[in-house]
Ligand binder design. Structure first.
Ligand SMILES: Cc1cc2nc3c(=O)[nH]c(=O)nc-3n(C[C@H](O)[C@H](O)[C@H](O)COP(=O)(O)OP(=O)(O)OC[C@H]3O[C@@H](n4cnc5c(N)ncnc54)[C@H](O)[C@@H]3O)c2cc1C
Length: 284
């Protein structure tokens, strides 16, 4: 079995700062971490490998410094790591990111065997769009299972997989064919501690580095800013609201009294709506 896990290196959320002039996230000198959602995808992949054998390939598109995060992932137990890094990828939106990653996954397949499963996290903590996983699945014509909470059954010989997917109002049980792409939900497992052996192996291991050309990307107009219809115009921290929440003590009050207390509160804060409410009440 061959599993590919897409993992993004992100700025440590507690340290995110916005550049006052360019309005983009300042990455220089900001500590980076593995995107937390991707750790659940990695742990799920490790559990499958423990059960069914095979290998795990980590894949990151990012700057040279993303090598650190890939080494950490190998210290958790991943078998190999590929860093897709090239200045042509700068400013990529999700369309350009999924293009570059999908092309690289094809090359991973040609090099180490076609993947049976491609895992991504549900989303990242910086872009936060949850679009890259489905974008990769579409480009590679893979069945996609998003918001997966649990892998219930996997039949490698019969080429099928059954998962539990968290959806509004409950859990869906879905079955599809392999190969597939899975976006893993957060909180679905706990990432293991890497073994000493894996930590030493990761420290010595080579992180494979691919440029756009190495990954077989010919059409550079689909990469980076040129390949990105979405341009992040401004990133800003919303201004904190002055107004504080006000708790209404409803102890011992009946429903009508609670409704009355709420109405009084609303009308005190926004007297202007009294007229609208009266008109609305009159039309009943
Ligand atoms: C504040 C902010 C807002 C943004 N808003 C948008 C927007 O609205 N539209 C848009 O198109 N772009 C947007 N971007 C750019 C977007 O972040 C990048 O395109 C990014 O590379 C991928 O999108 P994402 O972070 O939302 O990933 P998601 O789609 O949230 O990521 C899902 C999963 O895909 C995998 N993945 C994502 N990126 C990589 C990577 N580089 N390497 C390996 N695996 C990866 C991971 O497994 C991850 O868990 C924004 C960026 C920032 C910082």
């Amino acid at each position: 079995m061959h599993i590919v896990v897409c993992m993004k290196q992100v700025p440590d959320s507690g340290q995110i700062r916005v550049h006052p002039v360019t309005n983009t996230i300042m990455r220089q000198g900001v500590p980076t971490i593995i995107n937390p959602y991707d750790l659940f995808a990695l742990e799920q992949a490790l559990q499958l490998r423990d059960k069914l054998g095979g290998t795990i390939t980590m894949l990151t598109m990012g700057p040279q410094m993303a090598e650190d995060s890939l080494r950490k992932a190998m210290a958790f137990g991943a078998d190999r790591a590929v860093l897709l890094t090239d200045r042509f990828f700068a400013g990529s939106d999700t369309l350009a990111t999924s293009f570059a990653l999908a092309t690289a996954i094809r090359k991973v397949g040609d090099t180490w065997g076609k993947p049976d499963i491609v895992f991504t996290g549900k989303q990242t903590i910086d872009g936060d769009t949850a679009q890259v996983g489905p974008g990769i699945a579409k480009r590679l014509d893979l069945h996609q299972l998003t918001y997966v909470a649990k892998i219930a059954e996997i039949d490698l010989a019969g080429r099928s997989i059954t998962v539990e997917r968290r959806a509004e109002g409950g859990v869906q049980v879905l079955r599809t064919q392999l190969p597939c792409l899975i976006t893993m939900l957060e909180g679905t497992n706990s990432i293991r501690r890497g073994s000493m052996a894996d930590t030493l192996r990761a420290a010595r291991a080579e992180v494979v580095k691919w440029s756009a050309a190495d990954a077989g990307i010919e059409d550079l107009t689909k990469c980076g800013l040129r390949g990105s219809p979405t341009v992040v115009k401004r990133v800003f921290a919303p201004t904190a609201r002055e107004e504080k929440a006000h708790l209404i003590d409803t102890t011992g009050l009946g429903t009508d009294q609670i409704a009355q207390a709420l109405m009084t509160e609303v009308l005190t804060r926004v007297p202007a709506i009294e007229g609208d409410l009266q008109r609305a009440a009159a039309s009943y």
